[in-house]
Design a protein around this ligand. Structure first.
Ligand code: GLU
Length: 478
């Protein structure tokens, strides 16, 4: 019988929850849910120098925002599940015990080499154009009386190590290329390579799904499993994420910022989930939109690609626009916008909902809404470029002046307004498009806005009249 599926997302709290980590979390979650398995969050905080205060909370916030909460693990300050604690710095005795066991079995040794001698041995190898692989022969002949305060290294056995990665296929590595790496540091803390394996074993992890940067460490992990006579998990390394040029690794400038920055920028978690999962995975068709539930149903790890994925923020914006237009309801959209617009815009909730409905097509991110809807609340400023955008000043003055007569005391709807303005354009011999363009600029202070009739009605005829008057007085002086 197959072992139950248990997977983990094992971030190091060293700062931001990057795009690549968020994708690893998502792949783990989907794999677990697809197989009715367990998704675990383990915090790998043994590198005390790189620890950044607040990053555990940031990880929790990011996962909650995406809607991928763990079934087990360290969550909101609690260790949830039978295999805890789930924070590595709380598990030191386990690592120390296994390190001691390896020493007792002759599979590991205390390392007494000084930093200077280590550097010298390394330089020697470089001078000889040889790869530097640490072995016990570099150890000093004279050993100190006590081993306390010295690191422990694994004694890498001779031979070859083979494994099969679900994504990258078969590997066959000569152990001669693998260092006798440190498993326990002088301060009693484990290294990543050691703690990771001990925990994956103790937490009964069935599949290790993680970023491609850990592929080179996998021989070390595999050797450790073998020496400890533990069954290895299956390895699933996901593809590299490249920047939009498809050449360089994704950088901060291309958008590899903290996941929560995407929230601040007004992206919907639904769009982020959809976008992230398609960075290196597809369901075998051209399908581009999935809900989280649909992804759970469709997620097949063997369809994760090996070839690098390309991160394209424009594609994300496009997806986000899709979710804003059709992925969520109007009421839901309005509620999500609350955080992104000035609070006094919400005094008349119905009015706000109507505005959102009117401009929904244009909103690509929630943060766009403020700029897009601003003219409904704040009288526009007319920049010099706007006057330059008017093709025909005289026609604009004539048309706008005549419009004032129509709008004053106007009480009809969209249809009546459209008819009246089209008639006006015709009777004054002005192209309708020119008139509407001038009206748009006068009423909204911009050249792009929703349809002019709805805009006038939503701004209100009275305020539209005031704006047209003010615009005309400036225009006449141009
Ligand atoms: N702690 C590693 C990281 O920061 C986890 C690697 C793994 O999943 O094995 O990403």
């Amino acid at each position: 019988m197959n072992k139950p599926v248990r997977v983990r997302f094992a971030p190091s709290p060293t700062g931001l929850l990057h795009i690549g980590s968020a994708r690893a979390a998502l792949f783990n979650y989907l794999f677990a849910k697809h197989h009715n398995g367990t998704f675990i969050l383990r915090i790998e905080d043994t590198d005390r120098e790189r620890f950044v205060e607040g990053s555990v909370e940031q990880i929790v916030d990011g996962l909650s925002w995406l809607g991928i909460e763990p079934d087990e693990g360290f969550w909101n300050g609690e260790h949830i599940g039978k295999h805890g604690p789930y924070v590595q710095s709380h598990r030191l005795e386990h690592y120390q015990a296994v390190a001691q066991q390896l020493i007792d079995q002759g599979l590991a040794y205390y390392s007494y080499i000084s930093n200077e001698d280590f550097a010298k041995a390394k330089q020697d190898a470089i001078d000889r154009k040889q790869p530097f692989v640490y072995r016990e022969e570099f150890e000093p002949k004279q050993k100190p009386a006590a081993s306390d305060g010295y690191p422990i290294r694994l004694r890498i056995p001779k031979g070859r190590t083979k494994w099969s990665d679900i994504v990258y296929g078969d590997f066959d590595v000569d152990n001669a290329t693998v260092d006798d790496f440190v498993i326990l540091k002088a301060d009693g803390y484990p290294t990543y390579n050691f703690a990771n394996v001990i925990d994956d074993h103790m937490m009964e992890i069935s599949h290790v799904i993680r970023g491609p940067e850990f592929l080179p460490s996998t021989p070390k992990h595999a050797i450790l499993y073998d020496l400890l006579e533990w069954v290895r998990p299956k390895f699933v390394h996901v593809p590299v994420i490249l920047g939009p040029d498809g050449k360089k690794k994704l950088s901060k400038r291309d958008g590899d910022v903290d996941l929560m920055d995407y929230k601040k920028q007004g992206f919907l978690p639904e769009a982020i989930v959809n976008f992230l999962v398609l960075l290196g995975w597809n369901d075998g068709t051209e399908r581009e939109f999935f809900t989280l539930e649909e992804l759970v149903g469709a997620f097949d790890a063997t369809r994760i690609q090996r070839s690098p994925a390309k991160f394209d923020i424009e594609r994300l914006r496009w997806m986000n626009g899709h979710y804003i237009r059709e992925g969520i309801g109007l009421q839901d959209l309005t509620e999500r916008l609350v955080e992104y617009v000035p609070q006094d815009w919400l005094k008349d909730e119905e009015y706000f909902i109507d505005l959102v409905a009117l401009d929904r097509e244009r909103i690509k991110t929630l943060a766009d809404a403020q700029q897009l809807l601003e003219f409904f609340f704040v009288d526009p400023h007319y920049s010099p470029e706007l006057f330059a955008a008017l093709p025909d000043k005289d026609a604009a003055i004539t048309g706008l002046t005549a419009t004032l007569d129509i709008l004053e005391g106007f009480s009809g709807g969209h249809h009546e307004l459209e008819k009246a303005l089209r008639n006006l354009a015709e009777s004054h011999n002005i192209a309708a498009g020119k008139l509407f363009g001038a009206l748009r600029i006068a009423i909204t202070g911009r050249t792009q806005a929703p349809g002019i009739f709805d805009t006038i009605l939503m701004v209100g005829t009275e305020r539209s009249v005031e704006r047209i008057r003010r615009f005309l007085s400036i225009l006449r002086k141009q």
